[in-house]
Ligand binder design. Sequence first.
Ligand SMILES: C[S@@+](CC[C@H](N)C(=O)[O-])C[C@H]1O[C@@H](n2cnc3c(N)ncnc32)[C@H](O)[C@@H]1O
Length: 234
Amino acid sequence: MRYRPPDYRDMPTEEFERKARHNNYMRQIYDFPRTIIPHPSFEKFEEFWKNRCSRSNKVHVEIGCGSGGYLIQLAQNFPNDCFAGFELRYKRLVLAAKKIEKFDCANVLLLKDKGEYLGDYFGENSIDRIHVNFPDPWSKKAQKKHRLLNHDFFQKISVLLRPEGQFLFKTDHQEYFQWVLDLLKNFPNFQTIEATTHLQQSSYYETNIQTEFEKMFQFKSNPNIGYLKIQIYK
Ligand SMILES: C[S@@+](CC[C@H](N)C(=O)[O-])C[C@H]1O[C@@H](n2cnc3c(N)ncnc32)[C@H](O)[C@@H]1O
């Protein structure tokens, strides 16, 4: 069945208070009504979106935006574009929303939902760029079915992307990177624009926007990062 972010406030007050004592961010996601939709539905999303975004604006979506560093940098670089970030974790949503409001990025909206449900909010030919940075790799054989990037995902985004829309992906997990390249062989309408298994040593690094995880990796073990940009032809 469709995953729906629970509204814990519908619980008896004591139960909510008990849960929120362990994770105060559960309470805080309601403090940013201009920036976070904690329990999104198409209707709530549409109401937010129509006030920020017209058909002439470019639309970017980041799935698993974490605490928002990448999305905010993009939004500052392209102030006339519109940005939606999907994220599941309370703390990361709150940290992202704080930064978004601090930097007055009115063109960024956060949804607490799984990126897999992108199509519940966006219609056919409505997104210009989809960004996925360092998704959970689900490395073990039995876990691979949980990977965000699978055949279904690329089928879905083939519909949602506008003609010549792009998908951008970074990971430090080289096996996941190769898995995505292999999947894409089934999608001849996607053409590779940029690809490398060694982002830091490539010319693409000059325009790279680092994510929070990327900064942490760089500081810890500086692994090779796989980077891919593909474009759809319709
Ligand atoms: C490894 S972190 C990377 C965060 C960020 N992209 C970065 O590079 O700093 C993966 C993020 O994806 C989020 N996430 C995991 N599965 C998701 C899903 N199905 N939909 C949306 N976000 C998801 C996690 O909560 C986590 O914040």
